[in-house]
Write a protein that binds this ligand. Structure first.
Ligand SMILES: C[S@@+](CC[C@H](N)C(=O)[O-])C[C@H]1O[C@@H](n2cnc3c(N)ncnc32)[C@H](O)[C@@H]1O
Length: 215
């Protein structure tokens, strides 16, 4: 999992064209965009796109990235309001990495139940061999109402191997790695939800890393 995070300390520098030389990363259900912002600071040669269906959490961070670089502006980030169900065609085939961290609502249902139509739209934005990283944190008791509302199947490593692997494969993804993320690893993800959930007992955080396969 750590391989997806580049901890380069190189500082952003001014440039004439979009800095996509080391790849394009899309974070879907980005929320307040904290994860995208932090990674964009550390990886000035990658380009980051944060996508969320809800425009509200995107407002503050969208304003920040357009500031003067001395005041937090970054040239290698873009935020888009879009749902995973209707990802813009302009994103087709562009992503070298796609992240989905702590999804809820229809985004959670799509990746946790293996909805083939939505997985296919995720595949559509991926370049060949792109990595898809999904991190899901559910508490069977606290999230019971939402789990029932969304009709989620109980998520476990066994369920991933027995059911999701085949569905992801049909949609063009090979699951390369899956596992349970211990609570002391959550803060390393640098998403606002990882911090908010901070070691809460009863919550299990499961990750899936899949690779877009040739079609
Ligand atoms: C719990 S927040 C996680 C935010 C961020 N990834 C983090 O880890 O801090 C879940 C996000 O998923 C977004 N979301 C839910 N359904 C979505 C959909 N169908 N398409 C895109 N985003 C969605 C919500 O608007 C919300 O911002």
């Amino acid at each position: 999992m750590a391989e997806l995070y580049d901890n380069s300390t190189e500082k952003p520098s001014s440039r004439l064209s979009l800095p996509t030389g080391e790849g394009i990363v899309i974070d879907i259900g980005t929320g307040d965009g904290h994860f995208v912002y932090r990674l964009a600071q550390r990886n000035p040669k990658k380009f980051f796109i944060g996508v969320d269906a809800n425009p509200r959490p995107l407002e503050k961070i969208s304003e920040k990235i357009h500031r003067n670089p001395a005041k937090g502006g970054l040239p290698n980030v873009l935020f888009l309001q879009a749902s995973v169900e209707e990802l813009p065609l302009e994103l087709d085939g562009v992503a070298d990495e796609v992240h989905i961290h702590f999804p809820w609502g229809s985004l959670l249902r799509a990746v946790a139940n293996g909805d083939e139509k939505i997985l296919r739209s995720l595949r559509r934005v991926c370049s060949q061999e792109a990595l898809l990283e999904i991190v899901i944190g559910l508490d069977a008791e606290r999230d019971r109402t939402e789990i029932e509302r969304l009709g989620l199947r109980p998520l476990s490593i066994e369920f991933i191997d027995a059911e999701l692997r085949g569905r992801y494969q049909s949609a063009g993804f090979e699951i390369a790695e899956r596992g349970v993320l211990p609570s002391w690893e959550w803060p390393k993800m640098e998403t606002s939800w990882a911090k908010r959930l901070g070691g809460s007992e009863g919550r299990e955080v499961i990750y899936i890393i899949a690779r877009a396969i040739y079609e």
